[in-house]
Each structure stands twice: as structure tokens, then as C-alpha cells.
Design a protein around this ligand. Structure first.
Ligand code: SF4
Ligand code: SF4
Length: 78
């Protein structure tokens, strides 16, 4: 069984700043980020979402690559 450990920090994506450009998704090696739309059937505004917290390696590449300053690393308590 896989032990679920929470990384010491996680990216927090500001949905107001995120344009859905997908650069963070492309650069994330463990593929724990993806783009979601806020409407049904792929319609609406796209934005990046962290879908697997435990898979994040805290490499910070997503923060570095985001041209819109939409991601910051936030310390987790557990
Ligand atoms: S790189 Fe930044 S603006 Fe582009 S999808 Fe990721 S969080 Fe959103
Ligand atoms: S910190 Fe690294 S592993 Fe975590 S979401 Fe960003 S790019 Fe992916």
C-alpha cells in the first residue's frame, strides 16, 4: 500500500491570476497539475489545479515557469 505523505509545502494557484496557459502543467514532472474548466463539457474558463497533493515533489518548477505570478508555495501544517 502506498503511504500517503503530505509534502512540506504545496503550490497554491490563484484562480484570478491563472489564465490557463498550461505552462505549469507542461513542466510538472510527476504530472500532478492539470487544467480544468469551470463550465460543463470542457467549456468555460481554464485554470490549473493541483489534483494530487501527495505526488507533488515540491520542485517549485511550476512557480518559476508561471508568467502570471499565479502560483506560490504555501507551507503545510502536517
Ligand atoms: S503557468 Fe500560471 S497562468 Fe499558466 S496555467 Fe499555470 S498557474 Fe495558470
Ligand atoms: S512543485 Fe513541482 S511537482 Fe509540485 S506541482 Fe509544482 S511542478 Fe509539480
Amino acid at each position: 500500500m502506498r503511504v500517503m505523505t503530505r509534502p512540506k509545502a504545496l503550490p497554491e494557484i490563484d484562480p484570478e491570476r491563472c489564465t490557463g496557459c498550461g505552462r505549469c502543467v507542461a513542466v510538472c514532472e510527476p504530472k500532478v497539475l492539470w487544467l480544468e474548466t469551470d463550465g460543463p463539457n470542457g467549456w468555460g474558463r481554464k485554470r490549473s489545479v493541483l489534483h494530487d497533493e501527495s505526488g507533488c515533489t515540491v520542485c517549485v518548477q511550476c512557480v518559476i515557469v508561471c508568467p502570471f505570478d499565479a502560483i506560490r508555495m504555501v507551507k503545510t501544517t502536517s
